[in-house]
Design a binder for this molecule. Structure first.
Ligand code: FMN
Length: 182
């Protein structure tokens, strides 16, 4: 992944209601499955729900209200889940996170926008896509072509204009020992 996609990726709120090409979907999924994983277990189970699928609207309705407005215009929603097991190592979720980041960076390189979301009803998501009881939904990833800001409602315009920030480095990073500002 190029350094530029790391810094140009952002959680976008403005999507254009268009399909994502199969080539782009393939490329994003390929990037996702080439993530590293503990003991190379590749625990990610990824379900791609395309805009033209009859599952799309149902999946959007499983999200919190604010997320629905964003997702409604997207072209593709990826559901990242764990395997069908009752016992999960935290590493499973870590591995799935790496896979999701690969997906976001690849999509960004392809000129697509992304937004990871945790605001959805797990039982509803599972029911829409026949995900087994003993699997956990880790996160959903909204992907789409960039839309027009002029098409957004006021709430999303505010979100779009919100300054993206990061903590000062001392809050999250230290050499050798636990940082004094951790
Ligand atoms: C696991 C996870 C869950 C998230 N859930 C939501 C969500 O439900 N709704 C939302 O608007 N943004 C959600 N976000 C996006 C974060 O708010 C966003 O990544 C953060 O503010 C940093 O902004 P950036 O992604 O533009 O760098 C989520 C991000 C992650 C990684």
């Amino acid at each position: 992944m190029s350094e530029s996609s790391i810094f140009s990726r952002k959680s976008s709120v403005n999507f254009s209601p268009e399909e994502i090409t199969s080539e782009n979907i393939d490329s994003i999924i390929k990037a996702s499955i080439w993530a590293p994983s503990s003991r190379n277990k590749q625990p990610w189970k990824i379900i791609a729900v395309r805009r033209n699928s009859k599952k799309f609207d149902q999946l959007v309705k499983s999200m919190s209200a604010g997320n629905q407005v964003m997702a409604n215009n997207s072209g593709l929603i990826l559901i990242f889940c764990t395997p069908d097991e009752s016992d999960f190592s935290p590493k499973t979720f870590l591995d799935i996170g790496f896979s999701g980041q690969n997906a976001m960076l690849r999509a960004t390189e392809l000129g697509l926008d992304t937004h990871p979301i945790g605001g959805w009803d797990e039982e509803k998501v599972k029911s829409v896509s026949n995900i087994p009881d003993n699997s956990r939904v880790a996160f959903l990833l909204i992907i789409g072509k960039p839309g027009k800001i002029s098409d957004l409602d006021n709430e999303l315009v505010d979100k779009h204009n919100k300054k993206r920030e990061r903590n000062s480095l001392d809050k999250n990073f230290s050499f050798d020992v636990w940082g004094k500002d951790f």
